[in-house]
Design a binder for this molecule. Structure first.
Ligand code: ZN
Length: 294
């Protein structure tokens, strides 16, 4: 135990008092000053930010009297929404139309957290998408799928690449290849999201499916099962659909017209791709059925 003489105690008390006074008089105000200043030094009020993106227009909607809201899939930040200012004769308004793709400049106001399109250099206009009903329907389904899954969950540059190549293929597609191209997109989109099931093996007993064998898809757990493990639950995916999906999944969608697919297998492949995505998105998109039912 340490004993202090009365003189020593008085000195310690005075010293503590001075220390406290010094802290409250100088140190604390200085710390408070730093606390308010440091963020301001990094983040000046009114500071704005211009960013450049590789972008694809997914959807455009009117906003107020003359402006529009546009949703883009970007390679850098996934889906972003920005306002396009200007009336019917504005150049930007014509550029920011669905399925146009190019280099996008966005002005971001961090205080309001608002974004506006400051320029858009369109490299790919895809006018052919509006020339055939089946193309427009399939392109809408692609855009709605991207929006519903928030741009692909982080793998944005691959998502943009897949969506762009799919739209390029749709622009030249006929009424037969458009549904096929959409199924190819949905199947690969499931892979972008990391939820695509294995087409070759049973998820329960791990037996390899014979080339001409049927697997059953169970929407409850998102897996494919052999007939003996499935016990009739879910729906059948026959060899035609399985082999086609396995064959085309790594192909550029532009090559799909050369690989034929019978109607029954197309329906099964579409049902499988749509069911896998329905499981992930928590809903089935009506735009898929617009294409499959046409
Ligand atoms: Zn099995």
């Amino acid at each position: 135990m340490i004993c202090h003489s009365p003189l020593q105690s008085a000195f310690i008390d005075t010293f503590s008092l001075r220390l406290y006074s010094f802290f409250y008089a100088f140190i604390l105000p200085f710390l408070l000053f730093l606390k308010t200043r440091v963020p301001l030094l990094c983040y000046t009020p009114g500071m704005s930010r211009n960013a450049v993106y590789a972008a694809l227009v997914l959807r455009v909607k009117p906003s107020g009297e003359a402006n529009r809201d546009a949703w883009f899939l970007t390679a850098e930040e996934g889906v972003i929404r920005a306002t396009v200012f200007g009336g019917p004769k504005s150049k930007l308004r014509a550029y920011a139309a669905p399925f146009n793709q190019g280099t996008l400049w966005i002005y971001h106001n961090p205080l309001r957290d608002s974004r506006k399109v400051s320029d858009f250099d369109v490299k790919n206009w895809r006018p052919g998408l509006r020339e055939l009903y089946e193309r427009t329907m399939a392109a809408d389904a692609v855009a709605e799928t991207v929006l519903a899954s928030h741009g692909g969950g982080g793998n944005w540059s691959r998502a943009l690449d897949l969506a762009g190549k799919t739209l390029d293929a749709l622009e030249k597609g006929d009424e037969k290849t458009c549904p096929r191209t959409l199924v190819h997109f949905l199947w690969n989109w499931a892979d972008v999201l990391g939820i695509r099931p294995d087409l070759g093996v049973c998820a329960s007993c791990a037996c390899e499916a014979p080339r001409d064998g049927v697997l059953w898809y169970n929407g409850q757990d998102g897996n494919l099962y052999c007939p003996s493990c499935a016990k009739g639950a879910g729906f059948a995916v026959g060899p035609g659909a399985r082999l086609w999906l396995g064959h085309v999944q790594n192909l550029d969608p532009a090559g799909l017209e050369r690989i034929s697919l019978d109607r029954a297998s197309l329906v099964q492949a579409g049902a499988l791709a749509a069911a896998v995505l329905t499981e992930a998105l928590g809903k089935r998109l009506p735009t898929w059925d617009n294409v499959f039912d046409s």
